[in-house]
Design a binder for this molecule. Structure first.
Ligand SMILES: NC(=O)c1ccc[n+]([C@@H]2O[C@H](COP(=O)([O-])OP(=O)(O)OC[C@H]3O[C@@H](n4cnc5c(N)ncnc54)[C@H](O)[C@@H]3O)[C@@H](O)[C@H]2O)c1
Length: 416
């Protein structure tokens, strides 16, 4: 068997494995095969090219859509999935792991050639390119969806400046997305990435988590579960207070920098670990980022300060500073869970991608009249995804009795 055949068969087997752990998405695909609600709709998807994403695009295809897929990060692509999608499933996929920035954007440009009616983005790079270079395509776009917090922030900034040219649904903001994907998905897969890259013992280590949002809560919780002493760094007083009451030590980065053995940034912000913090770190400290862009750790400053830089393990670079201090960066400071592991488990992506799929159906079937704004996922879709997920897990809900429904809707009854 050739290397290429091996690769596509491996991809196919892994896509099937993920499918068996995505019952909600599979039930949508099954319904769509007869209803084909997306018949003839052109969708350009810019998402991490993983086994779970493969199942989303195959579901969209089952719904009748024509789909092209391009990567949303140069290091998150799984090449076996690309091979299987292109050669087994017939989905045009433009992606290769480890491409440079020029090729990365070149792939997005290729994807846009299909003249999408719906854009599906993770981080808003595709939307950005469409708005800057391919404005000629904008009249043909009905709407878009956005998968992650950073993308939603960028799109809301575009809306505020009056430059967003078509409506986008913030899939990230669905409760059945960020409460589970960001928290439990990022929590588990970030630790997975650090372990696969370093094989470091977490127990007894000082583990610094910068950002106590949906993702940061998950990372802190999982690191504590493995026996780490977790320090949280936050800029928002409410979230810092929440971390304190959740039992974590909370402090500012200059203090945390001196103590940490392992650092994870997950803020969506820039230079959260900056030049002055790097200089304070212990010899041997490990740095990883789980936020969307590779700007949270100032790697440029680290490279400038380093007297040498070498790859010491797969996905781990050592930077040696002037006084002999060695700092280790995982996956070039890109999303560690995708660069050094496989991303979120299928079980949790099942809900995120069910939201993506059902939102597309709502956009096409429901024909909602939308302005050039960022909109939430309809609450009914969120509730349906939660119900379907519970059903797939065989978990029963207590239904409200008619008396209880009346009681909750009235104001006449008080203290008895
Ligand atoms: N790795 C993944 O697979 C994955 C999955 C989902 C989201 N994300 C990304 O992770 C990032 C965080 O997402 P989220 O949903 O947790 O966002 P969030 O808004 O819920 O949380 C971010 C937190 O970071 C804090 N913060 C901002 N600047 C900071 C700084 N300088 N120092 C310390 N804290 C700071 C904010 O106050 C906020 O509490 C985003 O970039 C998002 O796109 C990654």
């Amino acid at each position: 068997m050739t290397e290429e055949q091996n690769l596509r068969e491996k991809g196919q087997r892994r896509i099937e494995w993920a499918k068996s752990r995505m019952p909600v998405l599979s039930s949508i695909a099954q319904r769509w095969r007869s209803e084909t609600p997306l018949q003839g709709i052109r969708i350009a998807a810019c998402l991490h090219v993983t086994t779970e994403t493969a199942n989303l695009v195959l579901t969209l295809k089952d719904g009748g859509a024509e789909v092209v897929l391009t990567a949303s990060n140069p290091l998150s692509t799984q090449d076996d999935v690309v091979a299987a999608l292109n050669q087994v499933y017939g989905v045009k996929t433009y992606a290769r792991r480890g491409v440079d920035s020029q090729t990365y954007y070149g792939h997005i440009r290729h994807a846009l050639e299909m003249q999408p009616q719906i854009t599906m983005d993770d981080g808003a790079d595709l939307v950005n390119l469409l708005h800057s270079e391919r404005r000629d395509l904008i009249p043909g776009v009905l709407a878009g969806t956005e998968e992650t917090t950073t993308g939603v922030i960028r799109l809301k900034a575009m809306e505020k400046d009056g430059v967003l040219a078509y409506p986008i649904i913030a899939v990230n903001d669905a409760l059945t997305k960020h409460m589970f994907d960001n928290r439990y998905g990022t929590g588990q897969s970030t630790i997975d990435g650090i372990l696969r890259a370093t094989n470091q013992l977490i127990a007894g280590s000082v583990f610094v988590v910068a950002g106590y949002g949906w993702c940061g809560r998950g990372v802190a919780q999982r690191a504590r579960g493995m026996g780490a002493n977790v320090i949280v760094v936050e800029t928002d007083p409410l979230r810092a207070l929440e971390a304190v009451m959740d039992g974590y030590r909370v402090t500012a980065m200059p203090e945390a920098a001196r103590e940490g053995d392992i650092f994870v940034t997950v803020t969506g912000n820039i230079n959260v670990i900056d030049r002055q913090h790097l200089l304070l770190m212990k010899d041997g400290a490990i740095l990883a980022n789980a936020g969307h862009f590779n700007v949270e750790i100032n790697i440029k400053a680290l490279a400038e300060m380093a007297s040498s830089r070498q790859t010491v393990r797969e996905n781990v670079e050592e930077f040696r500073l002037g006084d002999g201090q060695r700092l280790y960066v995982i996956g070039e400071g890109r999303l560690v869970n995708l660069a050094a592991a496989e991303g979120h488990p299928a079980h949790v992506m099942d809900m995120s991608f069910a939201n993506q799929a059902l939102t597309c159906e709502w956009l096409i079937r429901g024909k909602p009249s939308l302005e050039k704004k960022v909109y939430p996922v309809p609450a009914e879709i969120d509730a349906l995804v939660a119900r379907l997920k519970l059903e797939s897990m065989g978990i029963k809900l207590q239904e409200l009795t008619p008396e209880q429904k009346d009681y909750l809707a009235s104001y006449s009854l008080g203290t008895e």
